[in-house]
Design a binder for this molecule. Structure first.
Ligand code: PGA
Length: 218
C-alpha cells in the first residue's frame, strides 16, 4: 500500500481558539492511519498551540508552515526563518500560486526558500501549476492547476495522473500530490491514481468533519 500525504492548507484563516476547537473535533485517534501522513499547515500564530495539543493528545498529526524566509535569522523584518519554523513544524509549503500571484514570488526566490527549508530539516512541499515549475529536490511536489484552486472545479484525475507521472519523469521519484477543489467526494478518484501520492486541501480542510471524511475516504 503506497503512503498517502493528506495536507491541510488553512491559508490565512483561524485564530487560536478556532484552531483548538478544530483539532478537538477531528478525533483523529479513532482512525487507523498506518499509511496516511496527516499534515496541518496553519498560520504561524497558531503553530505553537497546535504543537502542544498534538503532543498532549499523543497524536501522529504533523505540522507544516505556509511560508519560509529565504534568509536565516537576522535583520529581515517580518520574516520567519527556517530555524524558527523547525521549533514547531516538519514541513513547509513553498511556491503556492497565491504567493506567486500576490507576493511576486518567482522560481529563483522559491528555490532559495526550498534550500532554507532543507538546511533546517524541513520537508518542502513545492506547489506548481505547470511542469516548467518542477525542480529536483528532496521533498514533495503538489500539482495545483490554477483554474482548480478554490473554484469548485477540480482537474480530472486522469489529467492529474498524467502530470504527476510527467513530474516524476522530470525530477525523479518523489511524492507528488494533487491540489485544487479536493473534497471528501472526489478525494479517492485522485488518490487511487498510481502516481498521485496524496492531496493538498484548502477550503475543505477548514471544516474538521469534512477534513476527517477526506482522511477516511482517501
Ligand atoms: P482549494 O485550495 O482546496 O480551496 O481549492 C487548494 C490550495 O490552494 O492549496
Amino acid at each position: 500500500m503506497k503512503k498517502l500525504f493528506i495536507v491541510a492548507n488553512w491559508k490565512s484563516n483561524k485564530t487560536e481558539p478556532e484552531a483548538n476547537s478544530w483539532l478537538q473535533r477531528l478525533k483523529i485517534k479513532d482512525l487507523r492511519l498506518t499509511n496516511k501522513e496527516i499534515i496541518i499547515c496553519p498560520s504561524f500564530t497558531v503553530l505553537p498551540i497546535l504543537k502542544s495539543l498534538i503532543i498532549n493528545h499523543d497524536s501522529s498529526i504533523k505540522l507544516g508552515a505556509q511560508n519560509i524566509s529565504p534568509f536565516d535569522e537576522g535583520a529581515y523584518t517580518g520574516e520567519v526563518n527556517g530555524k524558527q519554523i523547525k521549533e514547531f513544524a516538519d514541513y513547509v509549503i513553498v511556491g503556492h500560486s497565491e504567493r506567486r500571484a500576490n507576493f511576486y514570488e518567482n522560481n529563483n526566490l522559491i528555490a532559495q526558500k526550498i534550500d532554507k527549508g532543507l538546511k533546517h530539516g524541513l520537508v518542502p512541499i513545492l506547489c506548481i501549476s505547470d511542469l516548467d515549475q518542477a525542480q529536483s529536490f528532496n521533498g514533495i511536489i503538489a500539482y495545483e492547476p490554477l483554474s482548480a484552486i478554490g473554484s469548485g472545479n477540480p482537474d480530472t484525475p486522469e489529467n492529474g495522473e498524467d502530470i504527476a507521472s510527467k513530474i516524476k519523469n522530470k525530477v525523479g521519484e518523489i511524492p507528488v500530490l494533487y491540489g485544487g477543489s479536493v473534497t471528501s467526494d472526489n478525494v479517492k478518484s485522485f488518490t487511487s491514481m498510481p502516481n498521485i501520492d496524496g492531496v493538498l486541501v484548502g477550503g475543505a480542510s477548514l471544516d474538521p468533519l469534512e477534513f476527517l471524511k477526506i482522511i477516511k475516504n482517501a
